[in-house]
Ligand binder design. Structure first.
Ligand SMILES: Cc1cc2nc3c(=O)[nH]c(=O)nc-3n(C[C@H](O)[C@H](O)[C@H](O)COP(=O)(O)OP(=O)(O)OC[C@H]3O[C@@H](n4cnc5c(N)ncnc54)[C@H](O)[C@@H]3O)c2cc1C
Ligand code: FES
Length: 276
């Protein structure tokens, strides 16, 4: 069993942080990797990126948005409760190299995934400019943490309630117009990653994105997480989750993420009805 030692709610309870006892995973975890977690014996397997890990304490931290039945079930777990299973670390770690100036772009809960990657890219000597965005100020997460691991931080909100009024792509375009940028890292909703990649392609700036297709086993066996990269089929769980943003077929990814929308809604509605 994997005990929760710290729990925080953010974004008006729609985003939850769990620090979990998982000493073996904490010892091996690297930025960019994820775990697959089950709340209980009959629970669904849910992939979540490790937002942090502490090998000395033997803990890992995940930050998840409550979007459906399983994440709603996770939200019911409190400090001292435990997850039945946590497996990992899974996926390839981020390639860490000093390349010069890097723009890290994060949206929504993608910011949680971006945070350890940004920190690691700064630690290897890059100049890191970060841009984070959310629909509104109330649901923006990890601003202070992102500021601490970046040389420069820009904040955007779609409704103008905080920071730049507009999309992260507006600020990114401004930076690309005025500075030499060697790499862009973009993690967030698929449409955000799609538009970041479209812009950076015009500027000829290498771009890395982290993909979130539906996963089942997380070890390359089921094919559930297949994505098309440069016309070739790849499994995000073992070949990724990070890929060259200019090669991703985003429309196919968005279509595949919608595949079980109706069943997911039914499950969530039933869960809410039973736990009212
Ligand atoms: C490598 C990876 C890392 C991720 N990291 C994070 C993270 O750090 N924080 C976070 O909030 N979310 C993360 N996600 C997304 C998270 O796994 C889904 O939000 C979660 O599975 C939703 O489950 P649900 O039952 O609550 O919602 P459901 O109602 O079942 O689904 C809601 C939506 O979540 C997605 N989803 C559903 N089942 C899965 C599944 N088995 N695998 C992947 N996506 C699924 C689909 O897009 C679906 O439409 C990550 C996904 C992947 C693949
Ligand atoms: S999740 Fe099954 S192959 Fe990737």
């Amino acid at each position: 069993m994997f005990k929760i030692v710290r729990r925080e709610e953010m974004s008006e309870g729609t985003v939850v942080l769990n620090e979990i006892e998982a000493p073996l995973i904490a010892r091996k975890a690297k930025p960019g990797q994820f775990v697959i977690m089950k709340a209980n014996e009959t629970g669904e397997r849910i992939p979540l990126t490790m937002a942090d890990s502490d090998p000395e304490k033997g803990t890992i931290t995940v930050i998840y948005m409550v979007v459906g039945k399983s994440t709603a079930l996770f939200k019911t777990l409190q400090v001292d409760d435990a997850y039945q299973d946590v497996i990992g670390p899974l996926g390839k770690p981020t390639h860490l190299e000093k390349v010069g100036t890097i723009v890290c772009v994060g949206g929504g809960t993608g910011i949680a995934v971006l945070h350890p990657i940004t920190r690691a890219l700064k630690e290897v000597g890059n100049h890191v400019i970060s841009i984070i965005g959310a629909r509104s100020k109330d649901i923006l997460i990890l601003e202070d943490q992102m500021r601490a691991v970046s040389h420069e931080l820009h904040v955007c909100t779609d409704d103008g309630s905080y920071g730049h009024h507009g999309f992260v792509t507006d600020v990114m375009k401004d930076i690309l117009d005025n500075k030499k940028v060697d790499l862009v890292v973009a993690i967030g909703p698929v449409p955000m990653m799609k538009f970041v990649s479209k812009i950076t392609k015009d500027y000829n700036v290498k771009t890395m994105v982290s993909l979130n297709p539906i996963m089942v086993d997380g070890t390359g066996m089921c094919g559930g997480c297949r994505v098309s990269i440069g016309g070739k089929t790849k499994f995000a769980c073992v070949d990724g989750p990070e890929f060259d943003g200019h090669q991703v077929d985003y429309d196919e990814l968005m279509q595949r993420l919608q595949a079980y929308r109706e069943q997911e809604k039914q499950c969530y509605d039933e869960f809410c009805r039973l736990n009212r």
